[in-house]
Design a protein around this ligand. Structure first.
Ligand SMILES: [Zn+2]
Length: 116
């Protein structure tokens, strides 16, 4: 889709036939990754089962890379659906957020400007 940040050529960390992974440009923790279907759909609910599988496969691959390089103590996996929920780019995506003992994350700052 013209003008969509996630439909443009972002530097990808990993990709497969239906989806790709990039590091978030405003990470809430080190290694914060976005998993994005290539096809432009606005809502995570509009992602097909095959696209979900592709996204899931990338999430597993990213977890291996992140664990190897950063050794986090846990993860959050989430999707923001709709502006009221903090979705900033209107192209469906999942957040994979490594968590580290003793380090809080500031979700509201990440969504700043999009809370309505
Ligand atoms: Zn898009």
């Amino acid at each position: 889709m013209t003008g969509c940040e996630f439909c443009s050529h972002l530097p990808k960390v990993l990709q497969n036939d239906l989806a790709y992974a990039v590091y978030d440009i405003k990470p809430v923790s080190q290694g914060h990754t976005l998993i994005i279907p290539f096809r432009h759909v606005q809502r995570i609910f509009d992602v097909t089962p095959l696209e979900y599988k592709a996204m899931y496969d990338l999430m597993l691959e990213m977890e291996v890379l992140i664990q190897r390089d950063l050794s986090p103590d846990g993860y959050n996996i989430w999707a923001n659906c709709g502006k009221v929920a903090g979705q900033q780019v209107m192209h469906a995506h999942l957040h994979l957020i490594p968590r580290y003992k003793g380090k809080a994350i500031h979700i509201m700052e990440h969504m700043q400007g999009n809370v309505v």
